[in-house]
Design a protein around this ligand. Structure first.
Ligand code: PHE
Length: 444
């Protein structure tokens, strides 16, 4: 069977960056930062991305491109009759878990597009916008409806296949999102009282760094870069044998981090200016951003464009998540791509509905004191992804070994890569120790 591949280098960068850049950057990153001590979180986050981002991402790319398979097939091929394929199964389960709550928020972006078109923010006070957001959650069914629409949209793109589906959609729109974030950032930092927000973001208070801040930053870094659950193994399997994976990993890591930091510069100065608490969670983003547009010339149009682009950013991420499940069903269970897409989408909807409904104030869908939504979020980012990433670097560093890794990242010696020894050293020693230490401190 011939596999789909990415047509060009920009294709794979766009698709991997499309997976990475999403609600994780614009919605989850500010929430985590606000809840975990501001600047201290940012500092730890950036350090993790700087040290671990490219090496972990390359580890996944190498596994994928070497085997040309989905995460489960890849481990089966490299270490048949071992427990390693479990890492791949964990990735598929994790994709389902993330899809379930991610599609809830993705659905909100569609609701907000409709609100923006209907001019429903202009001239409203913050308290009204906040109240309307809360009312929307409490409706329940409307969240579910948008969520289902969003999962259908994802299924549609995934069904059309890798090369002409994913590639086409992610190439043009992401640079536009960056542009509009820059416009928003400029407006945000020039609001009265913005300085306090900038200080919250950029002046780290080191006493705030605790085990739980560390694990949250680690989880957020992996979540944002789509690492630790097989998306990048799957996408790696579509990278051409002549592409330079190291520069690809570098571009993806840099663009993703740029968007996250930009989102921080958009949200916090404005939040402080309007009086939204940094710990406000979901409202932080979904109330603050409409308020910024309220204070802007042309805000009506910018607001529409912004939420459309946010929906697209979310879509390129949900595509990558669904693709992990679909590639597994097609290649390991041998169902057709059409059926695989249907099965995967229905599974995401079945779990996802509970995530959406658990956000109602009166909901009984709670696990260990958290809403089911928060539980899935916590489970994936703080447990699955760190454990997955840990096992992946151990696999590449200790099981696969240096010479195979070098062969793959240098395209069998075609590329000269002076930093390859450093990267391998990080994969073999630094990353496993760092992830394990943070994970264990976080648990304690
Ligand atoms: N990285 C995506 C985002 O930041 C979310 C995601 C996580 C996608 C894991 C795929 C895998 O929005």
């Amino acid at each position: 069977m011939s596999r789909d591949g990415f047509g060009s280098k920009i294709g794979i960068i766009a698709a991997a960056a499309g997976s990475a850049v999403g609600l994780g950057n614009i919605y989850r990153f500010p929430c985590e930062l606000g809840n975990n001590g501001g600047g201290a979180f940012l500092l730890v986050y950036l350090l993790i991305v700087l040290c671990l981002g490219v090496p972990v991402m390359l580890s996944e790319f190498v596994i994928g491109r070497k085997t040309q398979k989905n995460p489960i097939g890849a481990f089966k091929m490299l270490r048949p009759k071992s427990a390693w394929p479990l890492v791949g199964y964990m990735g598929v389960v994790c994709a389902l878990v993330i899809m379930a709550f991610y599609s809830t928020v993705a659905g909100w972006t569609l609701e907000y597009v409709v609100k923006a078109v209907g001019n429903q923010f202009q001239g409203k006070e913050l308290s009204v916008i906040e109240q309307e957001f809360a009312d929307f959650h409490n409706l329940g069914w409307k969240n579910v409806l948008w969520q289902v629409v969003f999962i259908f949209m994802t299924g549609f793109v995934v069904f059309k296949g890798v090369a002409n589906g994913i590639e086409k959609y992610s190439k043009i729109l992401m640079p536009l999102l960056v542009l509009i974030l820059i416009v928003l950032a400029i407006r945000s930092v020039t609001l009265p009282g913005a300085g306090e927000g900038l200080a919250f973001l950029f002046k780290p208070d080191f006493t705030k760094i605790t085990g739980s801040v560390l694990i949250s930053a680690l989880g957020q870094a992996f979540f944002s870069l789509s690492m630790g659950m097989g998306v990048l193994i799957t996408y790696g399997s579509y990278i051409k044998k002549t592409d330079n994976m190291t520069t690809t990993a570098l571009s993806v890591t840099m663009s993703d981090t740029l968007v996250a930091v930009l989102a921080g510069i958009v949200i916090f100065p404005a939040a402080f200016s309007f009086g939204v608490r940094p710990e406000a969670g979901m409202g932080l983003v979904f109330s603050t951003i409409p308020m910024i547009f309220n204070q802007m010339a042309g805000g009506y149009f910018f607001c529409i464009i912004f939420f459309v682009l946010l929906a697209v950013a979310a879509l390129t991420s949900t595509i990558s998540l669904l693709e992990v499940i679909v590639a597994y069903l097609v290649e390991e269970v041998h169902v057709t791509r059409r059926w695989a897409t249907v099965i995967a989408s229905v599974a995401c909807i079945l779990v996802g509905v509970f995530a959406s409904l658990s956000l109602k104030d009166t909901s009984v869908l709670r696990v260990g004191g958290k809403s089911f939504f928060d539980f899935l979020d916590f489970l994936s980012a703080n447990i699955f992804l760190p454990v997955g990433a840990l096992l992946i670097v151990i696999f590449v560093g200790w099981v696969m070994g240096k010479s195979k890794f070098f062969d793959e990242i240098t395209n069998e010696g075609q590329l000269k890569l002076s930093i390859k020894t450093l990267i391998f050293f990080i994969i073999k020693f630094v990353a496993p120790i760092a992830i394990a230490v943070i994970f264990i401190t976080g648990l304690i």
